[in-house]
Design a protein around this ligand. Structure first.
Ligand SMILES: *[C@@H]1O[C@H](CO)[C@@H](O)[C@H](O)[C@H]1NC(C)=O
Ligand SMILES: *[C@@H]1O[C@H](CO)[C@@H](O)[C@H](O)[C@H]1NC(C)=O
Length: 201
């Protein structure tokens, strides 16, 4: 009985050690405990409403995963698709394959010179004019972007944008939720100097 128990304890210890090695030690995660705010009451801006009932759907089946949209001074709508295309909805509703950027274009905004500025999850911050792609920023403070996500442009041309994570890319983003660490950054890019990217949060 004593020997049997010893064997069992040894086997169990080896099993636990193997699981620890496989799962915990080799895990890419360095997690913190998760704490979430409580769910807000369904009132005020959170109240149920029917504002999106009866909307007109544009580009059904022609734009895959349109993540964000931007409207230029002619009223044309740009959106980044999961197939790597920036597609444009003309004012007559027709959809054109505007410019292929590859990657995964997420945030889009119209810049001060009517260029389309794009946060591409895999490529960084892009400046896109029809058929022409310029990568304008891929890292800040020595840390490469892994998931460039949303952006806006100020009146003076400064581009404010986010890198949702410097650790996990778009394919791995559920790991970022599990890790619960602040791996994202709010950044800015000053086009007048062509550089000056710095984390501001
Ligand atoms: C536009 O791109 C889609 C793929 O996203 C393709 O199926 C379609 O043929 C293209 N249309 C034109 C007119 O090139
Ligand atoms: C984007 O490129 C165009 C020329 O292709 C240029 O006029 C514009 O200033 C550039 N914008 C930024 C923010 O670099």
């Amino acid at each position: 009985m004593g020997l049997y128990l010893n064997v069992m304890v040894t086997v169990a210890s080896i099993a636990i050690a193997s699981v620890w090695l496989a799962v915990v030690k080799n895990s890419p995660l360095d997690p913190l405990p998760a704490t979430y705010p409580s769910r807000p009451k369904e009132e005020g801006v959170f109240a149920h409403n029917a504002l999106l009932h009866g909307v007109e759907k544009i580009g059904v089946g022609q734009v895959s995963g349109p993540e964000d949209l931007a409207v230029d001074s002619h009223g044309r709508i740009y959106t980044g698709c999961s197939d790597g295309w920036i597609k444009r909805v003309e004012t007559d509703g027709q959809i054109v394959n505007w410019t292929y950027v590859g990657g995964r274009p997420l945030g889009v905004v119209v810049g001060l010179h009517e260029e389309i500025l794009v946060c591409d999850a895999y490529q960084g911050l892009l400046n896109v004019t029809e058929g022409k792609i310029q990568v304008i920023s891929t890292e800040a403070d020595g840390l490469k972007y892994k998931l460039t996500d949303g952006l806006d442009v100020a009146k003076d041309g400064t581009i404010y944008f986010t890198d949702a994570s410097h650790k996990f890319d778009l394919n791995q983003f559920p790991l970022d939720f599990l890790e619960c660490r602040p791996n994202g950054r709010l950044l800015k890019y000053d086009p007048s100097t062509g550089q000056g990217v710095g984390g501001i949060g």
